[in-house]
Design a binder for this molecule. Sequence first.
Ligand SMILES: [Zn+2]
Length: 123
Amino acid sequence: MSAGDTRGTREALITERTRTVELIESLSARLTAVIDATADEAADDEHDPEGSTLAVERGHLVAQVERSRVRLHEIDAALERLGHGVYGSCETCGTPIDPERLEVLPATRQCVDCAMRASRRRW
Ligand SMILES: [Zn+2]
């Protein structure tokens, strides 16, 4: 990978990181609002249907924040690999990851083959 590619990758990762941080902030703000609303609902009537809608939304928001935090962690790890000059190699088999894949998923740790094997195991 040339120095120019590395710079482009770093920029892409930093852009992605900023977006993810903003997403976490807006999700967290929404989550706080939902928790406050849920507390009000619970005070009024525990069996209010509105209350259960909020509970469902809270569950979705918690899951989204959780996913976004994992994503942020992945991006930071990718930036670290870039700093150590080991970016772009598959963590599992060590072969260089397809540049097209890196363009779409700059924070990926694995080549297509290993990622497919891993996702088959998971599901
Ligand atoms: Zn691999």
